[in-house]
Design a protein around this ligand. Structure first.
Ligand code: AKG
Length: 272
């Protein structure tokens, strides 16, 4: 793997992202995709469970919990956040083949209700994320901004919860495409301007967005949402630490995710 030759911390501080990083072999990525698609088939008749599966694959499928703790993932994130790492969310972003779904320009931390910016997303491609399939685009250096105003569009083709979009113009000429092969990843800052376009290919574009935080972070409203402690220690106790998944799509894990989704909904839709 060639990540050792990168200055992850230096590049991240300068640009607000690092891409591409080699994380999984193509066959490891394919195995995760297979597990996800097997789970999808198993819950396909139940829209509530399907939604929970997209939001919490890491709490419902043991191999996705293992992804959060993968040594290459930890090695990509710890140069930025340090050795104590929690994952606040591990949701999937899926764009079906030939799908018009997009993600508008936004900054991640806008609506998450967290009190600080000690957060890094590691976005792991489980299928080809090319410009044609709608990979992410970044505005290098834009993480130096604080949170800028966003407007909610609730556009049905937008994968974001509120269809939120930053209210300042982004010049395409200032952007870079973060194309990834299956098994590669990018990391990005919670204030970085980023977006992604439609999928114009014949395969699904599937990515796991792993949201790492430092344990010192907390919710401004005091909510103790569910996190996975994946490296080091939690000396703060601001969150509820999730147990390992009890099995593949275990009923008790669905119940835990349902509870957490309700807590998060209150935060994500505050003021909407
Ligand atoms: O998957 C995408 O296209 C966008 C994901 C995203 O915005 C994020 O991970 O913060």
């Amino acid at each position: 793997m060639r990540n050792e030759t990168l200055d992850i911390r230096g590049d991240y501080e300068k640009n607000g992202y690092v891409s591409p990083l080699d994380i999984l072999t193509p066959s490891e990525a394919q195995r995760l995709r297979d597990d996800f698609e097997r789970a999808e088939d198993a819950v396909s008749g139940d829209s509530q469970r399907l939604k929970l599966l997209y939001s919490y694959p890491d709490r419902l499928i043991p191999s996705f919990d293992a992804l959060l703790r993968h040594p290459n993932v930890i090695a990509a994130v710890s140069p930025v956040l340090g050795p104590d790492l929690m994952v606040w969310s591990g949701a999937l972003f899926v764009k079906e083949a030939r799908s018009p779904k997009i993600v508008s320009w936004h900054q991640d931390l806008t609506y998450w209700g967290l009190d600080d910016a000690q957060e890094v997303t590691c976005w792991v491609a489980l299928s080809e994320a090319s410009e044609q399939s709608g990979c992410m685009r970044f505005v290098p250096g834009s993480h130096q901004n604080r949170i800028v105003p966003h407007v909610d569009t609730f556009d049905e083709n937008n994968l974001l919860s509120r269809g939120q979009e930053i209210a300042v113009n982004v010049d395409e000429a200032d952007t870079v495409a973060a194309a990834l092969h299956a098994g590669q990843a990018s990391i990005h800052h919670g204030h970085l301007f980023h977006a992604s376009g439609p999928n114009q290919t014949n395969d699904r574009r599937i990515g796991a967005a792993l949201r790492f935080i430092k344990p010192s972070m907390k919710h401004k409203n005091g909510a103790r949402t569910l996190v996975a402690l994946v490296s080091g220690q939690d000396e703060f106790g601001h969150f509820e630490i999730a147990p390992a998944p009890r099995g593949f799509l275990h009923e008790d894990d669905f119940a835990l995710c349902r509870q957490d989704a309700d807590r998060k909904k209150e935060i994500l839709f505050e003021g909407a």
